[in-house]
Design a protein around this ligand. Structure first.
Ligand code: PLP
Length: 473
């Protein structure tokens, strides 16, 4: 089936198709739809050469549709930009909290990226996917003893967050000194949602700068610890470049102070945080523009302060995978309240996309089975959960939609599947990887049997369940 990704003047779903005409490689985080999005002869949305409507008939809905090319393009743009703009060594890590599963870990690792993990579960998945342990960095403000032990035994770098963790690691019976970095709060603010703002001093993450010299001194007296560098992360979904530039100067200062304590600190991890486009008014910087600013700021700060260039790490999540995925839903009921609002309900909601209810985030959608339709009405897209706040999109202009239509919500690759729940005992959706017309299942849809797999029914309740009410008083 032939397809086109050309945009047109009249407002229809086609307006969101990527226009790839500008110079240079497109930066995926600037597009609402994956780079391969197109419309086919049936007027259906096509991703990775696959018809989204056919995918739903084949795999059911809700359905995460992940475009391999877009994910790889984002990985390459980060990696290549560091090589172009940073004069020293560099390593891009994928913040796998954005979406951690075997296939995603395997794809980013095959592009040469390392992985940032935040739990034993994310570690286990990354290792099972074949990620090299020396490219795994373990974050978290309350890692358990078992998680630390697992990560150290595997050979990961631990990004130490607090005193308890530092003392635990110093006392571990490990053959080699434990490879660590130190996370601190740099005191840098940025404009984003409070829940995803982490660089301020008032944050649950990392050492306070006031504690750092004491921490350096502690480590310098412990042969069991090998502190290789410093880490800071200022927040997520950030469009400004200035905070990242400011962070560079602060980090290099601390690197110099750490070296003064005899620590062989040769790595700086500047975190992630670059934002993506979720609706038309969003205008995030390109990935390579972000890298250029960060790389140049670090290089300049090092030159000014006379510090040798560190190996530079960053750990984006959202800007690597957010724009590579859509979620396809089947439309169900309509509730029209004259003069007030029309609700259109889909077969998922806050359990597969918790971002709107958690961060009041705004997303965009298209009718995937009628991409060129230009008639418009304003509706509110509701989820199917027993929760009034389960609204995916408030007041969106869409062609008139009815039961059976397929709605594609855009930019759902980051913090959707990874934050998905079974609220109301909804099975979690399937995820499909699409590439050049091929569709592969990467996450199987949960079944009702999966939902009760961990349930246990004590024998005495089983008797009641089987209709034996004689035990009731
Ligand atoms: N690194 C750390 C420590 C984080 O907490 C996060 C997310 O909050 C990230 C990296 C990834 O951020 P983003 O997905 O905005 O790039």
């Amino acid at each position: 089936m032939t397809s086109t990704n050309a945009t047109e003047a009249s407002p229809s779903g086609r307006q969101f198709l990527p226009s790839l005409s500008h110079d240079g490689d497109p930066s995926p985080n600037q597009f609402l739809l994956p780079l391969t999005a197109a419309v086919n002869e049936a007027d259906h949305l096509q991703i990775g050469g696959c018809d989204a409507v056919e995918l739903v008939s084949r795999f059911g809905s809700p359905l995460y549709i992940l475009d391999e090319l877009t994910l790889r393009a984002a990985c390459r743009q980060y990696r290549d930009a560091f090589q172009r703009f940073y004069p020293g060594a560099s390593q891009v890590l994928y913040a796998s909290k954005a979406w951690n599963c075997l296939a995603v870990c395997a794809i980013v690792a095959s592009e040469g990226l390392g992985i940032d993990i935040c739990s034993g579960g994310e570690l286990y998945t990354a290792l099972q996917a074949g990620v090299r342990a020396d490219r795994i960095y373990f974050h978290g403000n309350n890692k358990s003893f078992n998680e630390l032990q697992l990560a150290v035994e595997a050979g990961c770098t631990i990004v130490v967050d607090n005193w308890l963790e530092l003392e635990t690691l110093a006392g571990l019976d490990s053959e080699q000194p434990v490879r660590i970095m130190l996370r601190f709060t740099p005191g840098i603010d940025c404009h984003t949602h409070d829940y995803i703002r982490t660089g301020r001093l008032d944050s649950k993450f990392g050492f306070d700068p006031d504690q750092l010299t004491e921490v350096f001194s502690f480590i310098s007296q412990r042969s069991t610890l090998n502190c290789v560098g410093l880490h800071a992360h200022i927040g997520s979904q950030i469009f400004e470049l200035q905070p990242h530039q400011d962070l560079a100067a602060v980090m290099v200062q601390w690197l110099q102070k750490a070296a003064g304590y005899g620590l062989s600190v040769t790595e700086l991890d500047v975190g992630g945080g670059l934002g993506i486009r979720y609706n038309e008014s969003d205008d995030p910087p390109r990935i390579d523009a972000w890298v250029k600013v960060v790389a140049e700021a670090i290089a300049t700060a090092c030159q000014t302060q006379g510090v040798p260039l560190p190996r530079l790490l960053c750990e984006p999540g959202r800007s690597l995978i957010g724009s590579a995925c859509i979620t396809a839903y089947t439309v169900g009921t309509r509730k029209e309240i004259p003069g007030i609002r029309t609700y259109v309900a889909v077969d998922g909601g806050m359990s597969d996309n918790p971002r709107p209810i958690t961060y009041q985030s705004i997303c965009q959608a298209v009718v995937a089975n009628r991409l060129s339709a230009t008639d418009q009405e304003t509706v509110t897209i509701a989820g199917k959960h027993c929760e009034s706040g389960d609204i995916l999109i408030k007041d969106i202009a869409l062609p008139k939609i009815y039961s059976g239509d397929i709605l594609a919500v855009m930019a759902t690759g980051a913090y959707n599947y990874s934050m998905a729940s079974n609220y109301n005992r909804l099975p979690r959706p399937a995820a499909i990887l699409v590439h050049e017309g091929e569709a592969n299942l990467i996450l199987q849809r949960e079944t009702y049997a999966d939902l009760i797999r961990q349930d246990r029914l004590p024998e005495r309740l089983g008797a009641l369940f089987n209709g034996d009410s004689s035990r009731q008083s």
